[in-house]
Design a protein around this ligand. Structure first.
Ligand code: NAD
Ligand code: DAU
Length: 344
């Protein structure tokens, strides 16, 4: 892999992955970051990377749905591999307005696959970043494995499931070399503050109420974003062509417990500005529990997560406390509108 086309690199996980690849991993090639810069993409995340790695990092503002532009980028930069993060990623937004999810997550993925099909001999790997939400919801028992049937419940997860199927179909039909990772909930620096953990941290710091959907007993598996980055790179390098790998943190937690944990940590340093947990209207179709079995990735590729929830949450809180300017910048007019219309 000499020239990786990395889509959605200015979002949360993409930013962390680019930083990891260039600063910490053994990757020696070039990254071409193609990002449309939606509300979730922040070009400031990688300004230092642009300066520090002028030969190895290129940023292009583009929509993956723009077929002509994408074909041009593949040719100009001699792309030999793809790491596909770009997506609309927030479940609640997909419930309110699914259009962009269908467009970017399905049509955008299709477009990238077509670019690869037209230069199949040059492509050594298409790695597709996906989610455990494609498997649907679990009861009290059991785990998602790579063989769990797909049963997505939200427009977001249905669009991601569609994109997974397309990627696999291009492997079976055209021989595209590919891998897919289905990962649980990430948290860490640079996450847009519409998602549970950064939203709660910032609201708690600012003395706002802490909205918990339904009874707060929905369970998610949490993974510190750096551990997701090491998993992705491990799979890109050593994953078997045509295979899917589940990625998880082995940390199952009820939402209310995560909120309480954040409050307790902020309380230690007198940063908790009033604790007002508020149970609010539930998310429609809210998946009850996710839990992921990543034995395959662990046993075949020797990967396991390193961060404990406590160290990961502490590092995340510190990052949001230290980066107030970043927070103010991403809280654009569009973000304000989302908060005002969604949390009534
Ligand atoms: P994010 O919303 O923070 O970032 C998405 C990025 O994609 C943004 O930079 C945005 O500008 C860009 N983008 C959106 N539409 C685009 C388009 N049409 N063309 C080009 N760029 C576009 O998302 P994230 O949380 O970083 O998630 C990244 C990927 O990881 C997604 O595919 C998501 O489904 C998957 N994933 C996320 C999690 C999680 O917990 N966040 C867990 C598992 C999988
Ligand atoms: O499981 C992987 C998925 O994790 C990714 O594919 C998605 O891109 C990512 O957004 C995330 O989806 P969730 O819906 O699980 O994440 P979110 O942070 O939106 O919500 C986490 C849990 O917290 C969920 O049960 C809903 C609940 N919640 C969320 C918000 C925003 C609340 O109780 N209150 C809130 O205000």
């Amino acid at each position: 892999m000499k020239n990786i086309l990395l889509t959605g690199g200015s979002g949360f996980i993409g930013t962390c992955f680019i930083r990891y690849l260039l600063k910490e991993s053994d990757f020696t090639g070039r990254i071409v970051n193609v990002d449309k810069l939606t509300y979730a993409g922040n070009p400031e995340n990688l300004i230092d990377i642009e300066k520090d790695f002028p030969e190895r990092y290129v940023f292009i503002k583009a929509d993956i749905c723009d077929a002509a532009k994408m074909a041009g980028i593949f040719g100009k930069y001699q792309i030999d591999s793809v790491c596909h993060f770009a997506a609309e990623s927030h479940v609640d937004r997909s419930i309110v307005k699914p259009d962009a999810f269908i467009q970017t997550n399905i049509m955008g993925t299709f477009n990238l696959l077509e670019c690869c099909r037209s230069r199949l001999k040059d492509i050594v790997r298409f790695h597709h970043i996906s989610t455990d939400e494609v498997y649907g919801s679990l009861g009290r028992e059991g785990y998602f494995t790579e063989n769990t049937p797909y049963k997505p419940n939200s427009p977001y997860s249905a669009s991601k499931a569609s994109s997974d199927h397309l990627v696999r179909a291009y492997h079976k039909t055209y021989g595209l070399p590919m891998t897919i990772s289905n990962c649980s909930n990430n948290y860490g620096p640079y996450q847009f503050p519409e998602k549970l953990i950064p939203l709660i941290i910032l609201n708690a710091l600012e003395g706002k109420s802490l909205p918990v959907y339904g009874d707060g007993l929905n369970v998610r598996d949490w993974l510190f974003v750096r551990d997701h980055c090491t998993a992705i790179w491990t799979i890109m390098k050593n994953g078997k062509n045509g295979e899917t790998y589940n990625v998880g943190g082995n940390i199952e937690m009820e939402n209310i417990k995560i909120v309480e944990m954040i409050c307790d940590i902020l309380d230690e340093t007198n940063r908790l500005n009033d604790n007002r947990i508020q149970f609010v209207k539930d998310r429609p179709g809210h998946d009850r529990r996710y839990a992921i079995d990543f034995t395959k990735l662990n046993q075949e590729l020797n990967w396991s997560p390193e961060a404990s929830l406590e160290t990961g949450i502490r590092e995340t809180i510190k990052w949001y406390v230290d980066n107030r300017r970043w927070v103010e910048r991403v809280r654009s007019g569009e973000y304000q509108t989302w908060i005002k219309t969604h949390y009534i």
